[in-house]
Design a protein. Structure first.
Length: 685
């Protein structure tokens, strides 16, 4: 079972035992939950329990959607709100880190604040609680040869994972994980993995450079990919060239973003008729019948969507989560399902080779002012450094043999390791290892940060001066996150009695890590090979003072639920040596769950007595582009599409003070990084 329900003195605790997520429902009465049938729910759930109570309290803010027995939404509650509903049969959807549904037949009063949500029933009654894990597994396995035509057939199966071809497939929860692809000696496509009948075909020349970039678009459109002389989308009634004035890859990306945005807007005619900022704005500039579009077949919607000039929509497209730079080799077809699962914009590599000395310049300049974390006088880098062409996506990922600068390095092993996560009922285990007493400052900071200010179940252990055998034991033990502080050289981790080379480890229990030491890239890659999912490493020598600053910032951001890539993206700016750090493996993993759909940073610019506030949202692997977010920042109580920067709001001091007091979140104030609880708004302006 991925979802577990455990009794507490004040209610029940729900855990996602694969994704390490926890939610608590407090009850008005002592309860004894018993297993219940999951089929009674309108939406899929993994497990359900039945209990009897007069009311429930969710001790965190969340979006709440209430539907009647016909499935029609009768209430939407977010922020400060109250709703009273007469006796009836209701399904209550709670948008918490674990998707929860409540089935109840009674009158219902809902009271929501910025801190909690209370549900009061007309009398003590039976409530069925269902939970669904965000863990996604591939829908099967497809085998392909290296022949481009066979690869097209394999990619054509990706759309079989879509749970609907309606506009709701823009929700991450309604896009299943595409089938795994394996290279073999013949094409083998199971019958259950045939592409859906959407009427959409994508024609491209039979080359890897043309096939790989259309993988995400083919998946989202449920399209069949076939050979053609010129790249284009074809249906029974229209065709759309994928080239022309724009280059091929940019046009593919534009079509994906445009279709996705308009689906997100059109779906507000369906199961979630919420007040969406993007729809409000779009309705003032384009003339579209969203009700008719919602009911239209996919190919007809697509034709209408593509009549709108992209320039009229571009500013409303959410900041794209991911661009991947994928080298055109046959083996990389196995990476595509995992990239497509995140709706990545896929490009063939355009990169500049960078010398090790070039990326080391900032550290060299500061060398006289601080000590590095290296015990070696020589630097050996077995890989070539490359700097990929930058795009406007939030995260850049490199898929190739080289070590990327300014991008994460993805590997197939990391994604397979994520899929193979096993269930656990343990607390969130975090291990801090400091193998050099001169670096105790960072160890103490990390010890203070992890688990602080959170109500989640943490098990934080701090180790120092470990031997080879002791560090091996730590790496092989089950832990969600390892924060290593010390020395790493060509021979491996520096221990008190020798060196431990991670390449010698066959199987480790560490899921994610920060190796805050000089030149830790190769050891981090070895940890991925041995079973880890993702980690942060260094490409070269790092100054100790700068490493402490990066390590402390990373720890605080991870503790607030930021995924690895986002925590590093923010922490890089905290030190001149930030460019020496990169992510290996799957950077979307987060160690601690967020309080809502996304982790948030507030970018604030002071303008006299007024403040321009731009929320920047960061999604982790259990989220995904397409989710709603409502940060309850103004009286409109409007929702936005999560991912990247939201609309800028102008606030006075009182409003900003209330906002920053809700929780301790990272803030960029006129370009300076700080935390909300450290700000005194009265001193600003």
């Amino acid at each position: 079972m991925t979802i577990s329900f455990d009794s507490r003195p004040d209610g029940i605790e729900i855990r996602d035992q694969i994704e390490r997520r926890t939610c608590t429902l407090q009850t008005f009465d002592a309860v004894r939950p018993v297993p219940a049938d999951t089929h009674s729910f309108r939406f899929p759930v993994d497990r359900a329990v039945c209990l009897s109570t007069g009311g429930l309290r969710l001790p965190t803010p969340a979006a709440v959607y209430v539907r009647d027995e016909t499935g029609e939404m009768v209430a939407s509650v977010e922020g400060m709100a109250n709703e009273a509903l007469p006796s009836g049969n209701y399904t209550i959807e709670l948008c918490t880190p674990i998707k929860l549904y409540l089935d109840v037949e009674e009158s219902l009063d809902i009271g929501a604040t910025f801190e909690d949500i209370t549900f009061r029933f007309g009398s003590r009654t039976t409530v069925v609680v269902g939970g669904r894990s965000s863990h996604r597994r591939p829908s099967g396995t497809v085998t392909t040869t290296s022949d481009p035509t066979d690869m097209m057939a394999a990619i054509s199966t990706f759309g079989s994972a879509l749970k609907t071809t309606s506009p709701e497939r823009s929700f991450p929860t309604l896009r299943g994980h595409p089938p795994v692809v394996e290279l073999g000696d013949e094409l083998r496509v199971p019958d259950a993995l045939q592409p859906p009948e959407t009427g959409v075909t994508i024609e491209v020349p039979p080359t890897y450079e043309s096939i790989f970039p259309v993988a995400s678009l083919a998946y989202y459109l449920g399209a069949t990919v076939v050979p053609g002389n010129s790249p284009r989308i074809v249906t029974d009634d229209f065709e759309h060239p994928l080239g022309g004035a724009r280059d091929f890859e940019s046009e593919v990306e534009r079509v994906l973003k445009q279709t996705f945005l308009l689906d997100c807007v059109t779906r507000t005619e369906g199961l979630y008729p919420i007040d969406l900022h993007e729809r409000r704005t779009l309705e003032s500039t384009v003339d579209l019948d969203f009700a008719a579009l919602y009911d239209a077949p996919l190919d007809d919607r697509l034709e209408t969507y593509l009549t709108i000039p992209y320039g009229m929509l571009e500013d409303l497209v959410p900041d794209w989560q991911l661009t991947t730079h994928v080298s055109s080799t046959a083996t990389n077809v196995e990476m595509l399902p995992f990239l497509v699962d995140d709706l990545a914009a896929i490009r063939t590599p355009r990169a500049t080779e960078v010398s090790a000395s070039a990326i080391q310049v900032p550290a060299v300049e500061q060398f006289v002012r601080g000590n590095t974390r290296s015990t070696s006088e020589t630097t050996s880098n077995p890989r070539t450094f490359v700097e990929p062409e930058q795009t406007d996506s939030l995260e850049q990922v490199w898929v190739g043999d080289d070590a990327p600068v300014g991008a994460s390095k993805a590997t197939i092993n990391a994604f397979h390791n994520r899929l193979e996560r096993t269930t656990t009922d343990r607390e969130i285990a975090i291990t801090v290892v400091c193998n050099d007493r001169e670096m105790d400052e960072e160890r103490n900071l990390a010890d203070e940060v992890y688990g602080s200010g959170r109500t989640l179940p943490f098990d934080v252990s701090v180790e120092h001066d470990l031997s080879v055998a002791e560090l091996r034991s730590v790496l092989e033990s089950e832990t969600q996150f390892l924060h290593y502080i010390g020395h790493i050289d060509e021979g491996g981790f520096n221990c008190r009695d020798g060196m431990l080379d991670a390449a010698e480890l066959d199987d480790i229990g560490v899921e994610a890590f920060l190796l805050n030491a000089c030149r830790s890239f190769e050891q981090g890659m070895a940890l991925i090979e041995a079973g880890a999912i993702g980690g942060v490493v260094t490409l070269n020598d790092v100054i100790n003072s700068g490493a402490v600053r990066v390590g402390k910032t990373m720890a605080r951001l991870l503790n607030r639920g930021f995924p690895l890539w986002a925590a590093l993206d923010i922490a890089r700016d905290r030190s001149i040596i930030g460019g020496q750090y990169t992510v290996v493996g799957d950077g979307s993993i987060n160690v601690v769950q967020t309080e809502s759909i996304a982790a948030v940073l507030f970018d604030i610019e002071v303008n006299g007595e007024r403040f321009e506030v731009t929320p920047i949202t960061y999604l982790s692997n259990e989220g995904g582009i397409g989710a709603f977010v409502n940060l309850r920042l103004d009286e409109t109580n409007r929702s936005y599409l999560a991912s990247g920067s939201l609309s800028t709001l102008t606030m006075d001091k009182d409003t900003l003070t209330r906002l920053l007091a809700l929780e301790d979140v990272p803030v960029r104030l006129d370009g300076r990084f700080t935390w909300s609880y450290s700000l005194d708004v009265d001193t600003l302006g």
